[in-house]
Design a protein around this ligand. Structure first.
Ligand code: ATP
Ligand code: MG
Ligand code: FE
Length: 354
């Protein structure tokens, strides 16, 4: 089944075509992403109204490009999937309405996909990982530990009680005068810095619950920057390195605890997997710490290619494909949901037959 996927939840305008190969593996036929980073750079963050307008301008062309690159026509499709939440409401409406319009005009089923489900199922798209597995989703808007039990069956084991990890990277970058988006720039600066130069907290370390917290770390970075002012390039690099290490160790501590629970709850799993998704998964220091924790716990770390870790439409088309195959088709009246926790995504028995 050929599925067209559309993603417009934030600042990426994306479309992709995904199908299932005869041997059962999912196959990406095209994956087109237009990043609006330039549009928002001057504002130091994503401006919702600008994002929605940019989606309107770009989406037709991006969908057309995805179809051409895949070598398929709309009449070849089995269904159309569009991100319907969570995200910026104006941005979501553009993608969902476009998806519904294509579905309605061609008599195709429509699939309202949760953006987080797209991320959560990505290791199945890239590595064919079998259910159940543990997932660390760390992006600009989310930091969660999710037990992925099956299609539509997600248990949130932990989440951030304040800032998302990517947000902490972005705010640190902004504070230090580095360009948006902050994550890659902080990592680049950190490579030349001394991570032992500034002593920063490891939030939540040792806590029994599996939640995250990064606002205290952000505040500590600001205080360290103020104390060290005026900051020379050397200081900035050292503070980036110190922040990155603190963030990575905080995440590793939470993950270590989650891996222990995972091993206890699923003792018979032959190939236990921790998968990562979200833009922060691109960070080498964080990946390194996660790998070490996984090795210690006897768990395989699956880190999809960076292009599929950050926002893209292939993951939406793929989640749509799994939902379509499970009979989880939505109506054209499916709403967009700016807030939509992943554990509220309809499980098969609930969502069937709409
Ligand atoms: P959502 O949370 O809705 O998925 P998003 O657009 O923020 O939205 P992504 O595109 O997956 O999600 O990730 C972007 C985030 O990842 C940004 O906060 C960015 O700073 C961060 N990021 C990207 N590369 C790195 C890196 N190398 N190190 C640390 N953070 C990074
Ligand atoms: Mg993004
Ligand atoms: Fe995302």
């Amino acid at each position: 089944s050929l599925i067209l996927g559309i993603e417009t939840s934030c600042d990426e305008t994306a479309a992709a075509v995904v199908t299932r190969a005869p041997d059962g593996r999912p196959l990406i036929l095209s994956n087109v992403v237009f990043s609006q980073v330039e549009e928002h750079a001057a504002f130091g963050g994503v401006v919702p109204e600008i994002a929605a307008r940019a989606h309107v301008e770009a989406l037709d062309g991006i969908v057309g490009a995805a179809l051409i690159e895949a070598g398929v026509a709309i009449c070849d499709l089995a269904a159309v999937a569009a991100t319907s939440g969570p995200g910026l409401v104006g941005a979501l409406i553009v993608g969902a309405m476009t998806g519904k319009a294509i579905a309605a005009a061609s008599g195709l089923p429509f699939l309202a996909v949760n953006h987080l489900e797209g991320h959560a199922l990505t290791p199945r798209l890239t590595d064919g990982v079998a259910y159940p597995y543990l997932m660390l989703l760390a992006s600009g808007g989310h930091t969660q530990l999710i037990l992925v039990n099956g299609i539509g069956d997600y248990r949130r084991w932990g989440t951030t009680i304040d800032d998302a990890l990517g947000e902490a990277f972005d705010k640190t970058a902004k504070l230090l005068g580095l360009p948006h988006p902050g994550g890659p720039n902080v990592e680049r600066m950190a490579a030349a810095g001394d991570p032992a130069r500034f002593l920063l907290p490891r939030p939540m370390r040792g806590e029994a619950r599996l939640d995250f917290s990064f606002s205290g770390l952000k505040t500590a970075v600001r205080q360290a920057a103020e104390a060290a002012a005026p900051m020379r390039e050397r200081h900035v690099a050292d503070l980036c390195a110190s922040f990155q290490l603190a963030a990575a160790e905080s995440v590793a501590d939470r993950v270590k605890r989650a891996l222990a629970r995972f091993r206890t709850e699923f003792p018979a799993l032959v190939d236990p997997v921790l998968a990562v998704a979200g833009g922060v998964a691109a960070n080498g220091a964080i990946r390194g710490k996660l790998k070490a924790e996984c090795d210690r716990a006897g768990v395989r770390l699956v880190a999809p290619p960076l292009a599929l870790c950050s926002d893209n439409a292939a993951m939406i088309a793929h989640a749509g494909l799994e939902r379509f195959e499970a009979g989880l088709v939505d109506g054209l009246d499916a709403p967009v949901r700016p807030r939509w926790p992943l554990d509220e995504t309809a499980a098969p028995l609930v969502g069937f037959g709409r």
